[in-house]
Design a protein. Structure first.
Length: 250
C-alpha cells in the first residue's frame, strides 16, 4: 500500500487556497491565467446539470469546496477523501462556516487568510468522511451525481475506482471525471496507469482506457479542457489542464 502524500501542512495550505482564496490573493497582478482559478467551483457549475433534490457523491473531495457547491441544489452530499487533514478542515468549515489558515509567501515568510462559506451553501446537507476511493464502504448506496475531480492519477489502483462506479450511479445519473493524467509511480504503480505508455507499438492514452472501462455502463456526453492553478508561494505556481469527461449512467 502506497503512503498518502497529502498529509503535509504545505499541501493542506495549497489546497485551501485552491478551494477558497479570492482571485486577488492567488494572482495579485493584472496578468496571469485567471481562467484557471476557482477550479472546484467550475467543476460543478460548468460540468454538472443542476438536479434539485439530487443525492451527490464527491470522491477525492479534498477540503470540500465542490461538495459545498453541490449543496446549493442537492439534498444530500457525501464528500470522501483519503486525507484526514483535508477532511478535518472540510468538517471544521461545515461546522464553523469559516477557517483561518496560513500560506507560504517567500522562504519562511507566511501570510494569513480566511476561508468562508457562501450563504448560498447548505453545510447541513453535506457529510464528510475519510475513505479510500479504491475500497469504498459497501453501504454508500446510489447517487444521482458522482464527481471525481483530479483523483484517478493520484490513487494506487484507478481501475478499482472505475469498477465501483456503475454500482454508485442511478440510471440516468451524472458522472463527472477530471484528470490531468499526470501518471507518476509515487502515486500509482506503472502497471496500473490508465495511459501514458506504449503497448505493442501503440501509444495508450488515458481517455481510451476510460472509454473501455466505462462504455458498457455509461454514455460519454462530452469532454472539456479544465485549467487549474495551484499556488506554491507568491511567485511559483503549478498550471495544469485537466481533461473533463461527462458521462450518463445507462
Amino acid at each position: 500500500m502506497l503512503t498518502n502524500p497529502y498529509e503535509t501542512q504545505s499541501l493542506l495550505e495549497e489546497y485551501l487556497l485552491l478551494h477558497y482564496a479570492d482571485p486577488e490573493t492567488i494572482l495579485p497582478w493584472s496578468f496571469g491565467p485567471r481562467e484557471a482559478l476557482e477550479f472546484p467551483t467550475r467543476c460543478v457549475r460548468e460540468l454538472i446539470s443542476p438536479n434539485a433534490g439530487a443525492r451527490a457523491l464527491e470522491l477525492g473531495c479534498s477540503v470540500g469546496r465542490a461538495s459545498f457547491e453541490l449543496s446549493v441544489f442537492c439534498s444530500e452530499v457525501v464528500g470522501i477523501d483519503f486525507s484526514q487533514s483535508f477532511i478535518g478542515e472540510a468538517q471544521r468549515l461545515s461546522i464553523d462556516g469559516t477557517a483561518r489558515y496560513s500560506f507560504a509567501v517567500e522562504g519562511e515568510l507566511t501570510d494569513h487568510a480566511q476561508a468562508t462559506l457562501s450563504p448560498d451553501f447548505h453545510p447541513e446537507r453535506v457529510r464528510f468522511e475519510v475513505g479510500d476511493a479504491t475500497d469504498l464502504r459497501p453501504d454508500l448506496g446510489q447517487f444521482d451525481i458522482v464527481l471525481a475531480a483530479n483523483l484517478l492519477c493520484r490513487v494506487p489502483n484507478p481501475q478499482a475506482v472505475l469498477k465501483r462506479l456503475p454500482s454508485l450511479l442511478k440510471s440516468g445519473g451524472q458522472l463527472v471525471i477530471t484528470s490531468p493524467y499526470t501518471w507518476l509511480e509515487e502515486y500509482t504503480p506503472r502497471e496500473r496507469w490508465l495511459g501514458g505508455f506504449m503497448r505493442e507499438g501503440e501509444a495508450i492514452r488515458s481517455l481510451s482506457s476510460l472509454r473501455s472501462a466505462l462504455e458498457s455502463n455509461f454514455e460519454l456526453q462530452k469532454t472539456q479542457d479544465m485549467p487549474f492553478l495551484i499556488r506554491e508561494h507568491a511567485r511559483k505556481f503549478q498550471w495544469s489542464v485537466a481533461q473533463a469527461t461527462v458521462w450518463r449512467r445507462r
